[in-house]
Write a protein that binds this ligand. Structure first.
Ligand code: 8Y7
Length: 267
């Protein structure tokens, strides 16, 4: 899963895909498409389009702004590329419009907890990534607490799966994600990575998003623009421990890890 951020404050590529204009962020659709084509050519099977930055401390954006950032991008991808499109959003309105525009997956860091989100998905055929987060993006890295981090994340995901199933969503539409960096210390994150295999017992594909995150910075001492190697190492560990989807900014490098993993697994 290649990350296609359309947020001006994203710490990766978002700020290069458009420019601020009178307080609004104007997306350069040509640039977005070129970036998407590159990631697709490098091997990304899914492109994750996000208009709300969920990085620690990020400010919320209005629904109108989020729609303006993601819908044109989804339309352009649908029209030009044969790729699976994921929309990174927690807003029921954005989910509805994104699915109408052709999104195949809803990637919700809030696991369909916003009022109305569950119903939008129940009324659709889209796949859903349910992610664990403790707290809210504005404050989650300031204040978190776990007894047993693995048990708490697993119990949360299993409860959200049950809620989806009760709403009539088939299990084969669901993906689970422990939510690396979302209200967790580096120790919590590495504990979850080490024990990731445990989540496979829930019976759904596991998505892992560790690309360039602070846990990689904590382990390597490197700033965000020097974390590709560490991120790829972590991706390899995630694959070995049962991950099926790796969310990454650096598709070519991550694909090499996936190919090495597959060759090793098939030996
Ligand atoms: C994740 C994510 C982000 C993740 C899923 C970043 C939107 C922060 N991280 N979605 N989104 N899993 N499913 O650093 O780990 O990319 S945003």
């Amino acid at each position: 899963m290649g990350i296609l951020n359309t947020t001006p404050d994203s710490f990766s590529d978002g700020s290069q895909l458009g420019q601020a204009d009178a307080g609004h962020f104007r997306i350069d659709l040509d640039k977005v498409l070129r970036r998407a084509e590159t990631m697709h050519a490098e091997g990304a099977a899914i492109l994750d389009v996000g208009g709300e930055s969920t990085r620690p401390g990020a400010e919320p954006v209005s629904t109108d702004e989020e729609l303006a950032r993601v819908i044109p991008v989804i339309e352009v991808l649908r029209k030009n590329l044969d790729v699976c499109v994921s929309v990174d959003s927690s807003s029921p309105t954005v989910m509805t419009e994104a699915i109408k525009a052709g999104a195949d997956i809803v990637n919700d860091v809030r696991a369909l907890t916003k009022e109305g989100a569950l119903q939008v998905l129940a009324d659709s055929q889209a796949a859903i990534c349910l992610m664990h987060m403790q707290g809210q993006p504005q404050t989650m890295q300031k204040d978190f607490q776990y007894g047993d981090v693995l048990a708490e994340v697993r119990d949360f995901l299993s409860a959200r799966v049950a809620v989806c199933r009760a709403a009539g969503i088939a299990q084969d539409r669901l993906i689970i994600d422990p939510g690396f960096g979302f209200g967790k210390s580096p120790e919590h994150n590495f504990r979850l990575l080490k024990l990731l295999q445990d989540f496979t017992t829930l019976g759904m594909p596991i998505l892992v998003g560790i690309s360039r995150k602070s846990m990689i910075g904590a382990a390597t001492g490197r700033p965000v623009d020097e974390r590709v190697t560490g991120s790829v190492a972590a991706a390899t560990l995630a694959l070995a421990n049962g991950a099926s989807i790796i969310r990454s900014h650096d598709v070519a490098a991550t694909m090499d890890a996936i190919r090495v993993h597959c060759a090793y697994k098939n030996a």
